[in-house]
Design a protein around this ligand. Structure first.
Ligand SMILES: Nc1ncnc2c1ncn2[C@@H]1O[C@H](COP(=O)(O)OP(=O)(O)OP(=O)(O)O)[C@@H](O)[C@H]1O
Length: 282
C-alpha cells in the first residue's frame, strides 16, 4: 500500500541513481499472536528513507511506531514483506552488523547502570574485539567530545548524570561504530524545554557534520518541527501519508487534525511562519 506523498518538490537531496535508499520497506506485515489471537500491527506498509533525510514517524498510541523501529533494527522479523537497511535485509544484519549500520537512541537512554559513561559508550566497540583497548578508549573519548560531554564526565556513573547528559551519553554510545543511520525513540522525552532545544540543536549539527540519516518517533511537536525534513504518519496499519511537516499538517485525517491542528500543534507550528529554517525544512 503506497502512502500519499505530499512532497512537491521533494525537500531531501535527490540520491544518485545507483544509490540504494537507507531504508526500504515494502509490503510489510507485522503480525503478533497466532491462530484466532493473531493481530496485525502493520498491514502492507511501505516506507522509503533516502540518505540524509530527517524523518519523523508520528501516529496515535499503539499504531506500531516502536514496532517499526524494531523492524529497522532487525530485532523483529517481518511476517511478510521486506525491510532492508542499506540494501540488506534488516533481520539478517546480526548484532555487530546492526551496530555498524544502525545506531539506536532509546527513550530513556538505556545506559548500563553498573558501567561508567566511558564504558557505556565504548561497549559495542569493545565487544567487537577488533581494536586494542587503548584505541577503543580514545574512540569513546572522541564520541563524548562530539556530543558535548567533557573528559571528566567519562568516569561518572549514569545515576550521577542529569537527564540531558544521559541523552548525550546514550547518543555517543549509539554513534560509537559510526553508523550512517540513527534511530531515535522520543529523543527529547523527559527533558526540560531548554535541554530539549539544546539536544535538538546537537542532533542537527551531527546530522550535518556526519551526513547521518535520522529516523525518529516523537510525540513532541517542537522536536518534530525542529528536526524533520519529512514526516510519515502511521494510521490504519500503514504509512498513510508522508510530506514536509507543513504539508502533512494540512492533510485531512482525524489523527492529523487533533495532533497538528489542536492547540499544542498550532503553538508548535508558529515557527513555520518564520521561514523554512525555523521549521526544519532545510
Ligand atoms: N512483542 C510483541 N508481542 C505482542 N504484541 C506486541 C509486541 N510488540 C508490540 N506489540 C503490540 O503492537 C502494538 C503496537 O505497539 P507499539 O509499541 O509499536 O505502538 P506505538 O505506536 O509505539 O505506541 P505508543 O505511542 O503508545 O508508544 C501494540 O498493540 C502492542 O501491544
Amino acid at each position: 500500500m503506497t502512502a500519499v506523498d505530499l512532497s512537491t518538490p521533494p525537500k531531501a537531496p535527490a540520491p544518485a541513481p545507483q544509490e540504494a535508499p537507507v531504508v526500504r520497506i515494502e509490503g510489510l506485515w507485522s503480525v503478533f499472536g497466532e491462530g484466532a489471537k493473531a493481530f496485525a500491527v502493520h498491514q502492507d506498509l511501505d516506507l522509503t528513507v533516502e540518505r540524509g533525510e530527517m524523518l519523523s514517524i508520528v501516529g496515535g498510541s499503539g499504531t506500531g511506531k516502536t514496532v517499526l523501529l524494531r523492524q529497522m533494527l532487525g530485532l523483529l522479523k517481518p511476517t511478510k514483506g521486506t525491510v532492508e537497511v542499506l540494501g540488506r535485509p534488516a533481520a539478517q544484519m546480526g548484532r555487530e552488523g546492526a551496530a555498524s549500520r544502525v545506531g539506536m537512541l532509546f527513550q530513556h537512554g538505556a545506559l548500563f547502570s553498573a558501567f561508567n559513561v566511558l564504558d557505556n559508550v565504548a561497549f559495542a566497540l569493545r565487544e567487537q574485539g577488533t581494536l586494542p583497548l587503548d584505541l577503543v578508549h580514545d574512540a569513546a573519548m572522541v564520541k563524548l567530545q562530539m556530543v558535548g560531554l567533557k573528559p571528566e564526565h567519562a568516569t561518572r556513573m549514569p545515576a550521577d548524570l542529569s537527564g540531558g547528559m544521559i541523552k548525550r551519553a546514550a547518543l555517543a554510545r549509539a554513534l560509537i561504530m559510526d553508523p550512517p543511520l540513527l534511530l531515535l525513540d522520543e529523543p527529547t522525552a523527559g527533558l526540560d524545554p531548554t535541554s530539549s532545544d539544546e539536544f535538538c540543536a546537537l542532533l542537527r549539527e551531527l546530522h550535518a557534520a556526519l551526513g547521518l540519516t535520522l529516523v525518529m518517533v516523537t510525540h513532541d511537536l517542537d522536536t518534530l518541527f525542529a528536526l524533520s525534513s519529512r514526516v510519515a504518519v502511521l494510521a490504519e496499519k500503514k504509512v498513510l501519508v508522508t510530506g514536509t511537516p507543513r504539508e502533512v499538517a494540512a492533510y485531512d485525517h482525524p489523527f492529523i487534525e487533533t495532533f497538528f491542528r489542536g492547540e499544542r500543534g498550532r503553538r508548535a507550528m508558529a515557527p513555520l511562519n518564520n521561514g523554512p529554517e525555523a521549521a526544519g525544512e532545510t
